[in-house]
Design a protein around this ligand. Structure first.
Ligand SMILES: [Zn+2]
Length: 277
């Protein structure tokens, strides 16, 4: 047997010889590698133990992870349905807390919706108020425009002022003269009512307009009466400039008589209302 081993393993043959001559040392030599192997194995086992511990730790981690991941999965289930999961139904306090939380959430959502609706209502009311305000402003502007006064003639020269004296006037001049060509448009100075229209002696053809406050406006020496009665708007044409009555040339003689009484200076009266003839 040794011969067959010898060619293949010369060293082994030598060792075999040594084993035969010195069994003890050989044993110790054999034991030594064994011991060494053990020594090597020990750390390996120690290292092996670590993975084992690691596996345990991983298992624990997995277990923990499994538990941790199971918990959030279970939590929505509580919120989703009123039924507590089997694992948690054991704790009625927790289920009750979840139910209370759900109710609180529901109430909070309802409160949010209520606040949202309230805000929408307020915005709508605000928009409506704004629209009403704009309408009111437009109406007031229209009213102001209607109430606004305008000069009775557009293209003119003032040829005589109030209070002047002249040989052809019986008294001091009672009006303001707007000299303009015959046929020039005469406009109502303000919104009012034509209360008189026709021939009036020295005044020639005359229109009397009464304003809402009772002030009478006399338009005299007209060549034509366009509006002889009824309501007129401010700036509406009511007649044409002429030279009828006691005149030396075509012009509009304008008189202002508050309350239908004595005349006042038309220039002052117009200036007090923002117009500068
Ligand atoms: Zn005059």
């Amino acid at each position: 047997m040794a011969s067959t081993h010898t060619p293949a393993h010369p060293a082994g043959s030598a060792a075999g010889t040594q084993l035969l001559d010195h069994p003890r040392p050989a044993e110790s030599e054999i034991a030594a590698p064994e011991a060494e192997a053990n020594r090597h194995r020990m750390p390996r086992q120690t290292r092996g133990a670590s993975p084992l511990l690691g596996v345990t730790a991983v298992a624990a981690t997995l277990g923990a992870t499994g538990f941790a991941s199971a918990t959030p999965a279970a939590a929505p289930a509580i919120e989703a349905s009123d039924e507590a999961p089997a694992g948690l139904s054991a704790d009625p306090g927790l289920a009750l807390a979840a139910r209370i939380q759900q109710q609180a959430d529901g109430q909070r959502t309802a409160a949010d919706e209520s606040a949202r609706l309230q805000a929408a209502k307020e915005a709508e009311a605000k928009a409506a108020a704004k629209e009403a305000e704009a309408k009111k402003a437009a109406a007031e502007a229209e009213q102001a425009k209607a109430a606004a006064l305008t000069l009775p003639v557009r293209d003119y020269n003032l040829s005589a002022h109030y209070g002047q004296s002249a040989r052809y006037w019986a008294h001091l001049h009672t009006g303001l003269d707007f000299a303009a060509d015959t046929g020039t448009a005469v406009y109502a100075v303000g919104q009012g009512t034509i209360t008189s229209a026709g021939w009036s002696g020295a005044y020639g053809y005359r229109i009397v307009e009464t304003l809402p406050d009772g002030t009478e406006i006399w338009y005299c020496h007209l060549s034509s009466i366009i509006k002889g009665s009824g309501q007129v708007a401010s700036g509406q044409q009511i007649g044409k400039v002429g030279a009828t009555g006691n005149v030396t040339g075509p012009h509009l003689h304008l008189e202002v008589r508050p309350g239908g009484g004595a005349p006042v200076d038309p220039e002052t009266w117009l200036q007090q209302r923002g117009l500068n003839p």
